[in-house]
Design a protein around this ligand. Structure first.
Ligand code: JFZ
Length: 457
């Protein structure tokens, strides 16, 4: 086992884990209700689950894409700016179904290029993509026999963008997952949370699942090759019985990973803190923070409140240092273009990851206590290959002359800067668990400079 804790910091870790249990779980939020052992594949062994999750644990960083016909109004309806997130415009502006539906006829994203999107994600250092196959508005972005309200049958574009993405992902070695809004469907009279259109004659939610959601999930799990993730959203009005109408379908993709938003008490494989990073990770608990770069998931013309690249890189590092994954969102336009500010940020993150990726992919959470200057990730060595255990010190606030690292009780064989191709050894003074590392005056990276520690027993 990879063990680096000093006795004191171990007590500290246990204590904070207990406290963090409380911090991490906001009981009111559906997103956090999961347990460590919860798997969508009920009868699998622990080792089987570990094998199924292995690529996801390695990957750390994925692209979320919120794209649908809500990108046409882009936050504005009949000359009014509509508050809230862009993909909720139908709900927030109380748009009748018959009116909203008309958007489909205008949807013609001629600039869409699946390969460009996949390459952008890959160059950003992302290992997987999750795209909205159908959001709450009920519009399917794929060819569907279950409902003609889909991109092939209801738009002039007529192309199955998920098919094209699946092919591009396969070509470039990126895993693909689908977001599917299984409960809310504002277009179907049996869908959850559509109450404003009085023209709509309600049917049961069971009927909706039977004739639309179930068949569509089956299409998604059948027609696009191997799927990495099914990202359910949201659990509104779901009961165990309703959830059980979907569960058998997952057998179509035995290796699929699911999140905890199916509802009905089914917890899936990972938790989904949204727009926030938990104060602490929890051992044995898988989670993925999903986050926007501005304030909306689906494209909104007026939302220019972009996070800086430095903040996004530090978010990634913070998340990985706590054992989580980062699913970072883009909201393409109605033309099929990823907004330029998003592209710029993704490219800059990719540049940082090109140099520093080994301190992210396949690493585990910080085994030390809190660090005043930044974060820490860890990688267990491989005896057969003769590689040592490593700590990656992510220094956000570069110190003057010496970096102090508390809590390291293994001997440091070597320290060097990850950005230094020569790997020139830095001088280390080790006393008990405390290290003092001589570092150059200037930070190699203004956002996060990584110091590597190679450890011996
Ligand atoms: C949901 C969607 O409603 C939203 O449009 C977007 O797709 C986002 C990624 O997911 O929003 C949620 C879902 C769950 C919580 C909060 C917002 N939650 O559990 O706190």
């Amino acid at each position: 086992m990879f063990k680096l804790w000093s006795k004191r910091s171990l007590t500290c870790v246990i204590l904070t884990a207990v406290v963090a249990g409380g911090l991490l779980v906001r009981p009111s939020a559906a997103e956090d209700k999961t347990t460590p052992s919860a798997a969508s594949q009920a009868d699998e062994t622990k080792a089987g689950r570990e094998r199924r999750m292995a690529w996801w644990h390695e990957a750390k960083f994925g692209l979320f894409i919120h794209w649908g016909i809500y990108s046409i109004p882009a936050g504005e309806w009949k000359g009014q700016q509509i508050g809230g997130i862009g993909e909720w415009i139908m709900h927030n502006a109380r748009i009748p179904v018959a009116e909203y539906e008309q958007l489909a006829k205008q949807f013609n994203p001629v600039k869409f290029n699946a390969e460009e999107w996949v390459k952008l994600a890959k160059d950003a250092g992302m290992k997987y993509i999750v795209i909205t196959s159908k959001h709450h508005d009920g519009f399917a972005m794929f060819a569907s026999k279950a409902s003609r309200y889909n991109i092939v049958d209801a738009t002039p574009f007529k192309r199955d963008v998920l098919k094209e993405l699946a092919a591009a992902c396969r070509k470039h070695g990126i895993r693909l997952g689908f977001y599917y809004s299984q409960a809310q469907d504002w277009h179907h009279p049996g869908g959850a949370n559509n109450f404003w259109d009085k023209e709509m004659k309600r049917v049961s939610m069971e009927q909706y699942i039977r004739e639309k959601a179930g068949p569509q999930v089956k299409e998604l799990l059948t027609n696009y090759g191997e799927l990495a993730i099914l990202w359910w959203d949201t659990p509104a009005d779901m009961t165990p019985q309703r959830a059980e109408m979907f569960l058998p379908l997952l057998k179509l993709q035995p290796n699929i990973i699911t999140n905890n938003r199916l509802g009905g008490g089914y917890e899936g494989d990972f938790g989904t803190p949204e727009q926030r990073i938990p104060a602490k990770g929890k051992s044995g608990y898988d989670w993925e923070t999903c986050m926007t770069m501005n304030n909306t998931w689906g494209f909104k013309t007026r939302d220019q409140n972009w996070k800086s690249t430095d903040d996004l890189i530090r978010n990634l590092v913070d998340i990985v240092s706590k054992g989580g994954n980062f699913l970072l969102n883009v909201g393409p336009t109605a033309e099929g273009v990823i907004p330029q500010p998003s592209v710029e940020r993704l490219r800059e993150m990719g540049k940082w990851l090109k140099v520093n990726g080994v301190s992210i992919y396949g690493t585990t959470a910080n085994p030390l206590g809190d660090l005043p200057w930044g974060r820490c990730t860890a990688k267990a060595g491989d005896k057969d290959k003769g590689t040592p255990d490593k700590l990656y010190l992510h220094v956000f606030g570069w110190p003057k002359g010496k970096l102090a690292v508390p809590g390291v009780n293994k001997k440091v064989a070597k320290a060097y800067l990850l950005a230094d191709a020569q790997r020139k050894a830095l001088t280390v003074n080790q006393e008990e668990g405390n290290l003092l590392i001589d570092v150059p005056a200037k930070a190699p990276d203004k956002c996060d400079s990584v110091v590597v520690l190679e450890l011996t027993d």
